[in-house]
Design a protein around this ligand. Structure first.
Ligand SMILES: [Ca+2]
Length: 457
């Protein structure tokens, strides 16, 4: 473990974290140069606009006289403003160069306790490349919070239900899908080539798309927090996240029943902009890798495998305290990353498939019939492969029983100071393997409530 490589990586990651928490970056300076308008001192007081299904776009957008569309609301905002979306169904929106400012983000959120749904099927678009939300140009300092984003196109159910026995069936169904699906295939797109940054997506419920959740070009210092993302990538091959860039964070997301879950990519053929120096932590990642009929370039076929977490190319990423279970392939990696204190359970084909010996794989639980496929020389230490004695995996409770062999089986890592629940590591004689640290005498800690609910038969 204490190799020169891992120490060098630790320093690199710490530097990355420090950079992520700093205030001044080249891309922000570039963004500031592009951002027209007022300085902080000159900026008017932040406004709050409302959208409601009984509103009108001729209204002023106040709580008493709300807008009808999110498009009108988004077209009205400036840095620091908030849009509150009342309960009900809405069409999506498009923006260009929508930018808040440091300390004055533009926030678009659901009203407290109300279910606000952006449904792509309200304004259907031809072809599966459409999206419910399009963030064109350079987007910066935005927050999207608490919204449901989906596509209620009933054709999706019909096409997904077509029985596929061979290539000819798949081709015929895909040909129909291209013609007959009219809702957009993606939830959110951030336009490539603009280095968008500081966009936060949190508490969103993104589901039921034929292709993707998010599709972006390179983005920086963006965060995905506590989103529920599911039912994506069928019948076309697709992803919950198709994202690249640096210093991004995924934390606390629940990702399931997708073809691919995370697809963190980079440009091919040695060009720049891989996925670097990002943090992926405390996510629940399960039932991904579903079979999807697919079209990829000129190739057509039945895609029988998918990967829950795909990262290539990219280095300096820390993947910690995640639970990955019942996926087809759990994880694919190249580059030089840290995969530490994750719990892998009942993944089916491969657990970690790595194309690089420089990935550091430490303190994980591997409890699967699936195997790791790793190059010789990979730093593979302090992982637990014996039955880890989970409290109740079937109910989503991956805490450790008192006699678990994972207890104190790990090594102390500077990147992992807490567990999935936020409990300080280590407890007892040393760090545990897996996403949860056993805390003697703490009584039972419950499984994540949403996970328990989802797994309940
Ligand atoms: Ca311990």
């Amino acid at each position: 473990m204490k190799t020169a490589t891992s120490l060098r990586m630790s320093v690199g990651i710490l530097l990355g974290l420090m950079a992520a928490r700093g205030a001044c970056f080249a891309e922000e300076q570039a963004a500031a140069a592009e951002t027209p308008g007022a300085t902080e001192a000159e900026r008017p007081a932040p406004a709050t606009y409302y959208a409601a299904t009984d509103g009108a776009d001729t209204n002023p957008g106040t709580q008493e006289a709300p807008f009808r569309t999110l498009q009108k609301a988004v077209d009205s905002v400036r840095a620091g403003d908030t849009v509150i979306v009342r309960g009900g169904r809405y069409a999506g929106f498009r923006t260009r160069n929508l930018q808040g400012a440091p300390g004055a983000p533009i926030t678009i959120r659901a009203a407290d306790g109300e279910k606000a749904t952006l449904d792509g099927f309200i304004t259907p678009s031809k072809g599966q490349s459409g999206y419910v939300i399009m963030l064109s140009g350079l987007s910066a300092y935005l927050v999207l919070d608490g919204l449901e984003i989906t596509n209620s196109d009933p054709k999706l159910d019909e096409l997904r239900a077509v029985e596929l026995n061979d290539q000819a069936d798949a081709n015929a169904m895909l040909a129909r899908a291209k013609k007959e699906l009219t809702g957009p295939g993606m939830a959110i797109r951030m336009e490539a080539g603009h280095r968008s940054h500081h966009v936060i997506f949190r508490n969103l419920d993104v589901h039921r798309f034929a292709r993707m959740g998010w599709s972006t070009g390179d983005v920086y210092h963006c965060q995905w927090l506590n989103n529920h993302v599911y039912d994506l990538g069928r019948p076309f091959s697709g992803y919950a996240w198709y994202v690249k860039g640096e210093h991004n964070v995924w934390r606390g997301n629940i990702v399931h029943d997708c073809n691919y879950g995370f697809h963190l990519y980079g440009n091919s053929r040695g060009r720049p902009n891989p996925t670097n120096d990002s943090i992926i932590e405390n996510n629940l990642i399960f039932n991904n890798g579903l079979c999807s009929a697919w079209i990829h370039g000129s190739n057509r076929g039945l895609r029988r495998n998918g990967t829950a977490f795909y990262l290539s190319p990219g280095s300096g990423n820390v993947i910690r305290n995640n639970l990955l279970f019942n996926n087809y392939n759990a994880m694919y990696l190249t580059g030089e990353n840290k995969i530490v204190n994750n719990t892998f359970h009942q993944n089916r084909k491969t657990t970690i498939l790595s194309k690089s010996a420089k990935n550091v794989i430490v303190n994980n639980i591997f409890c699967s019939t699936a195997k790791n496929v790793l190059p010789a020389g990979t730093a593979l230490n302090n992982n637990v492969t014996d039955d880890p004695l989970f409290v109740d995996a079937a109910a989503g409770d991956y805490h450790l029983q008192a006699k678990s062999p994972a207890i104190d089986a790990g090594v102390a890592l500077p990147e992992v100071t807490e567990d999935f629940d936020g409990v300080t590591r280590p407890q007892g004689a040393g760090c545990d393997a897996g996403a949860y640290e056993y805390k003697p005498g703490s009584g039972g800690r419950a499984a994540p409530a949403t996970l328990s609910r989802l797994l309940r038969p």
